[in-house]
Design a protein around this ligand. Sequence first.
Ligand SMILES: [Mn+2]
Length: 307
Amino acid sequence: MKYDVFGDIHGYAQELEILLQQLGYERKGGVYAHPLGRQAVFVGDYIDRGPMIRETLHLIKDMCDAGNALAVMGNHEFNAISFHTPHIEKGGFFRDHSLTEIEQHIDTLKQFKHVEQEWLYFLDWFKTLPLFLDLGYIRVVHACWDAKYIQWLKENYTGINTDILRLANDKSNRGEVFTVINETLKGKEYTLPAGHFFVDKGGVVRNESRIKWWTPKAAPIDFNHYLMDCPPELANESLPDDVEPFSYTDHVPVFFGHYWLKGKPSIENNVAICLDYSVAKHGYLVCCSVDVMDQQPVMKLSYQKAL
Ligand SMILES: [Mn+2]
């Protein structure tokens, strides 16, 4: 099988259609298909932010239903399920309806304002999305592939239900389910040494930074290479000896999104490939085409700048 793996879309359906057409996909009976049977793969985060969320969902789900695409769950789909599912024991919903959360979902809510049944139909579909795909010579996940969590999911996860929602949203009791679901869909974080912090784009002071687990494991590793948000004073410092940096070292390439990378898309490490280049912040929607030659995956990036 030959795959075209797409990064986070966030409602940018026009850019997605341009890329699909550029790659040779044709709309037949309303559904995109590739004449040579290539399969599209989507890494999650279909909703929120962009102007064409409904169109994005119809396009992707129709392709999946027709067998022309595969899709995994992103944290935005997981958050949407949590936001809309009542927490029977506690009251309210599994995800708060405070202004911060509402703001994160507002574009989706507005675009489905008069078609609530359609939104409920997509929410039901989200619940069926796998949290990872192991396709033999490639792997796909939204934010982080940690072999021990993937193994846990293979053995224990059978889909979204209220137990999973309760445990994965319980920040006060970070158990196994919380860790597996959150790290798979949102990535791993590193607690900065005491006294160090950074200020995020929303102006919030933080002492935990997401890690760049896809960086090749080369010694020595300094903070700047390991952290997404590194305080400048730590940039060239080596990680402390007692920190075992987490990085992906398998030979099977893993594709993921989630990290809002900036600049021109490129493949820095050909076993761990981030395809999220911030289409929702005037960046690019990215696709990596994967063929196999002599048992080896051969990759080619395509991308479309946000219109
Ligand atoms: Mn994400």
